[in-house]
Design a protein around this ligand. Structure first.
Ligand code: ZN
Length: 351
C-alpha cells in the first residue's frame, strides 16, 4: 500500500471521528436543550444535525415528488436512544452468505390498474430523508385512500393494536397513531422474533392476543399520528417490537411481484468509507429514470446478510445503468442486471 493511499485512508477515518465527535457534542448539547425546552428545541437541532452529516446532498439532482409527503421532519426529535444493530464486527461486513428472505406478502392485493397501490412510494425509501426533506425513514410508505383495507403480511399473533399515545413505538408517543404490530410465526434468520408494524391506521380491526393468518384484514389506511395524507407506514422489526432502533428494510422482506426484483448495494468514497444520504439514479433503456438514497444515519440497520445501505424495490427485471452525480459532476456509472424474484447487488465506489 503506498503512502498516499495510507494517508488518504487515515484522513478519511480521522474525518469520520471528528464528525462523530462533533455530532456527539451537538447531541449532548441538544439533550440538555431539549429537556429545558421540550417544544421548540429538538426540531431545530434535528435540522442542524442533518445538515452536518449530509454535505453531499447539495449536488444531488432534483427529485420528482409524485406523491404527497408523509412524515414532516420538523415535528420530530432526531435524538435516538435505540440499541445498535446486532451486526458483528464492522457494520459494513456481511455476517453470512447473502440470501433472500422474502417471507412477507404485500399489505394490499395486486392491482395492475393501479387504482389501489400495491408498491411503496420511492421518494422516501427506508433509511432516507427523502433528499433532506424529512427525518430518517424507518419503514416504507404505501399511499392509499382513507379506509383502504390493510392485510397482514404473514401469519402470527397480534401483540399490539391501538393508539401509541401511551405506549411508545417511535421516537415519541403519538407518532404512528393507530397501529397494529404482529409477531410472525417465522423467526428472523438471526433466531430472533420477526415483527411487522402497520402505522397511521384510521381503524384497527384486530386486538392484542389475536391469532392472525396471512392476508387477513387487520385495519384500514388512515393518517393518524404524524402523517400528511393517508398512507400505510409499514415496518419490519427484529428482536424487540418496541425498539425504534431495530427496524430493517422492508424491501428485503417483501416478496417482489412476478417479473420484478430488488436492487441492493453500498456506496463508498475512494477510501471505502460509507457515504450517507446520497441520491442514486437508476436508469433503464426503455423505462423511466428512478431514484433512491443511501441510508442517512445509524438509526436504521443493514440486513445482517447483505450489509446494504441502499435498496430499490419493485424494479422490473432487466438491465440498468446506475449513476451518481455530486455537484453536477458524474462520479459513478455502472450497470447491473435485476433478476426477477431476487435481490441483485451493486457496489458503488465514487471516483
Ligand atoms: Zn412512513
Amino acid at each position: 500500500m503506498d503512502r498516499d493511499v495510507m494517508t488518504g485512508q487515515m484522513r478519511g477515518v480521522l474525518g469520520r471521528w471528528m464528525l462523530l465527535g462533533l455530532v456527539i457534542i451537538v447531541s449532548q448539547g441538544g439533550l440538555r436543550a431539549s429537556s429545558a425546552r421540550q417544544a421548540a428545541g429538538p426540531a431545530r437541532l434535528a435540522e442542524s444535525l442533518a445538515a452536518l452529516s449530509v454535505p453531499q446532498r447539495a449536488g444531488a439532482p432534483a427529485v420528482a415528488t409524485p406523491y404527497p409527503t408523509n412524515t414532516p421532519r420538523s415535528t420530530q426529535i432526531a435524538l435516538q436512544t435505540s440499541t445498535p444493530a446486532p451486526v458483528a464486527g464492522a457494520p459494513f461486513d456481511q455476517t453470512g452468505e447473502p440470501q433472500d428472505h422474502y417471507w412477507l406478502a404485500r399489505p394490499f392485493p395486486r392491482d395492475p390498474s393501479n387504482t389501489l397501490r400495491d408498491y411503496a412510494s420511492r421518494n422516501y425509501p427506508y433509511g432516507s430523508t427523502g433528499g433532506g426533506q424529512f427525518q430518517t425513514h424507518h419503514g416504507i410508505d404505501i399511499q392509499n385512500s382513507l379506509g383502504t383495507v390493510v392485510l397482514a403480511a404473514a401469519s402470527g399473533w397480534v401483540i399490539y393494536a391501538g393508539s401509541d399515545n401511551i405506549t411508545q413505538f417511535g421516537p415519541t408517543t403519538d407518532f404512528y397513531g393507530n397501529l397494529v404490530v404482529i409477531e410472525h410465526d417465522q423467526r428472523a434468520p438471526t433466531g430472533e422474533p420477526l415483527y411487522t408494524l402497520y402505522g397511521h391506521l384510521s381503524r384497527v380491526d384486530v386486538a392484542a392476543g389475536q391469532r392472525i393468518e396471512l392476508q387477513q384484514r387487520i385495519g384500514q389506511v388512515g393518517a393518524t399520528g404524524v402523517a400528511l395524507g393517508s398512507h400505510l407506514h409499514l415496518e419490519v422489526r427484529i428482536g424487540n417490537p418496541y425498539d425504534y432502533g431495530r427496524t430493517y428494510n422492508p424491501d428485503l422482506w417483501i416478496r417482489p411481484w412476478p417479473t420484478f426484483g430488488t436492487l441492493a448495494g453500498r456506496i463508498t468514497d475512494a477510501y471505502g468509507n460509507r457515504l450517507r444520504d446520497v441520491a442514486i439514479t437508476i436508469q433503464s433503456e426503455t423505462g423511466p429514470s428512478r431514484m433512491t438514497y443511501s441510508y442517512a444515519d445509524e438509526t436504521v440497520n443493514s440486513d445482517p446478510y447483505y450489509g446494504e445501505h441502499f435498496t430499490h424495490g419493485d424494479l422490473p427485471e432487466g438491465e440498468y445503468t446506475v449513476l451518481v452525480r455530486k455537484q453536477g459532476v458524474l462520479r459513478f456509472k455502472g450497470t447491473v442486471t435485476v433478476v426477477a424474484g431476487q435481490t441483485s447487488w451493486i457496489d458503488i465506489r465514487l471516483n
